[in-house]
Design a protein around this ligand. Structure first.
Ligand code: UTP
Length: 475
């Protein structure tokens, strides 16, 4: 086999199989494989294999000792202090007017469940105009910039697989009216998959089985890409984090930002009360005086179902992957200083690979392990973390699956319900079914109104209020 320092490092690490077909590859393919191999931190892979695969029986073995439900700030209508919420909102508005806030979307996922060909952000979601997810966020961010008199920068994390397609999509759509100089794309890192013996897997004879390192990889990627430095230069210290699959999200939410600012928090998160005991969401908990998120798969069913004295669910606080992050906190996490590093999780997957002869293998069952980091694992490292309640109907309806729960259909219905609520609250006559879904298909452009307040203002300013009939588009 060829002599090369990278190949020799892999041989020493017991990973020579990565170069099994090297001599057969054309020179440019050899260079590509070497470049991929150079991305791999062999010591990290070895450590992850030993700690997560070799000495584990598959059960994650999460430590549940001393676990208790996490406290959270209740919404005023659920007993929270209305004056506190008003102060938070004012503080958030001030931060927005001062230009301290940037939007941040993680869009590097593979979107396998949806089974859509293309970056997930390009998937059409709105009921009438079929606007893609990216356009919905772009218009909300644009409208918030106008409302607060300071255009917001937007950071978008992509993956190796979808970076070029994502940038091209924005370019082809004139960045949806945003100043292109304020839209920043950067790629997240990737991790190699290993088989159950710890051998790094090939996807083809000339390429590694690499996949994105999880949404938690966003913390490293923000740092490495220079995004944090850019924020610092522009006086931005607050990142509003959301996922690419949830068009309902209030991506610029003054009260949320304000709780974060007023409490001197490094990480602030939104919770919704779980819809039912077994809902598949992470649970906000406390452990050893720290806030943590415990995945549903790690929380015994008995605890998921546990009730309190009032008969309500004890572990009620579900995580919906919406956070506000402090810039310097992200930097500290990325640097791994003071032991503040995100752990990796293992996921057993069917990983397309090659056999000993280099032929393609499409496995029928899990044949290897991927390693991913989760952003919510940063919570226990944050100073003064805050968890606030939000209303699911105003913040969370993700498109995860092609059909059924969390699908384009449920998301469309939830958008329609939201439009109907805004219209009704402002005096329009809207016929709905008992679930609040309007009988007609209407759509509100975020440029008209992107939350209760902005909608109410825009509606008030309409000289003639339109009738709510099928096809109404408010823009
Ligand atoms: P999901 O957990 O829904 O994963 O990501 P996914 O890869 O998009 O979809 P499936 O599981 O393959 O069907 C939640 C959010 O985190 C982002 C996704 O783009 C989405 O916004 N994400 C996930 C990343 O940015 N990088 C990752 O490595 C994983």
């Amino acid at each position: 086999m060829a002599h090369h320092p990278i190949i020799e490092a892999f041989q020493r690490a017991g990973q020579a199989q990565v170069f099994a077909f090297f001599d057969r590859l054309a020179p440019d393919a050899q260079q590509r494989l070497l470049a991929e191999a150079a991305e791999v931190d062999l010591a990290e892979v070895e450590r992850l294999y030993r700690s997560l695969v070799a000495k584990s029986d598959g059960a994650a073995g999460v430590n549940l000792a001393g676990l208790a439900p996490a406290p959270y700030e209740k919404r005023p209508e659920h007993g929270g202090d209305a004056a506190d919420w008003a102060r938070a909102k004012a503080a958030g508005e001030a931060a927005l007017r001062a230009g301290r806030v940037a939007a941040f979307t993680v869009a590097g996922g593979q979107g396998t469940r949806l089974g859509y060909d293309g970056p997930k952000g390009t998937f059409p979601v709105t009921p009438l105009r079929q606007k893609p997810l990216f356009q919905v966020f772009a218009e909300k961010i644009r409208a918030a910039g106008v409302r607060y008199g300071r255009p917001l920068p937007w950071f978008i994390m992509t993956s190796h697989a979808n970076h070029a397609a994502t940038e091209a999509f924005f370019a082809a759509n004139a960045h949806f009216g945003l100043d292109r100089a304020r839209v920043h794309f950067f790629r997240q890192g990737r991790m190699p998959a290993v088989d159950f013996n710890g051998q790094i897997m090939l996807e083809t004879p000339g390429s590694l089985a690499l996949s994105p390192d999880g949404h938690g990889g966003s913390l490293r990627a923000l740092d490495r890409s220079g995004a944090l430095d850019l924020m610092k230069r522009e006086g931005i210290d607050t990142l509003s984090y959301f996922q690419v699959d949830n068009p309902l999200v209030r991506c610029i939410d003054p009260a949320f930002i304000g709780w974060h600012v007023l409490r001197g928090s490094e990480m602030t998160s939104k919770m919704v009360p779980k819809a039912y005991a077994e809902e598949k969401v992470g649970h906000f908990c406390m452990q050893d005086g720290k806030s943590v998120v415990v995945e549903y798969s790690d929380l015994p069913m008995a605890m998921q179902r546990e009730t309190d004295a009032g008969g309500g669910l004890r572990y009620i606080a579900g995580s919906i992957a919406i956070h506000v992050l402090d810039r310097e906190f992200v930097r500290r996490m990325a640097a791994g200083a003071e032991g503040a590093a995100l752990p990796f999780h293992r996921a057993d997957k069917k990983i397309p690979t090659v056999d000993a002869a280099g032929g393609a293998v499409k496995p029928a069952k899990a044949n290897g392990v991927k390693f991913e980091m989760f952003v919510f694992d940063a919570l226990p490292f944050a100073r003064n973390p805050v968890i606030i309640e939000t209303l699911r109907a105003d913040d969370f309806s993700p498109v995860k699956n092609a059909e059924g729960l969390d699908s384009p259909q449920t998301c469309r219905d939830d958008q329609l319900r939201q439009f109907a609520r805004w219209l009704t609250a402002n005096g329009a006559a809207v016929a709905t079914d008992p679930s609040g879904r309007p009988a007609v298909t209407v759509e509100v452009s975020p440029l008209f109104g992107y939350d209760e307040d902005s909608f109410a203002d825009a509606w008030k300013n309409l000289p003639v209020k339109p009738a709510v009939t099928d096809g109404l588009y408010l823009a």
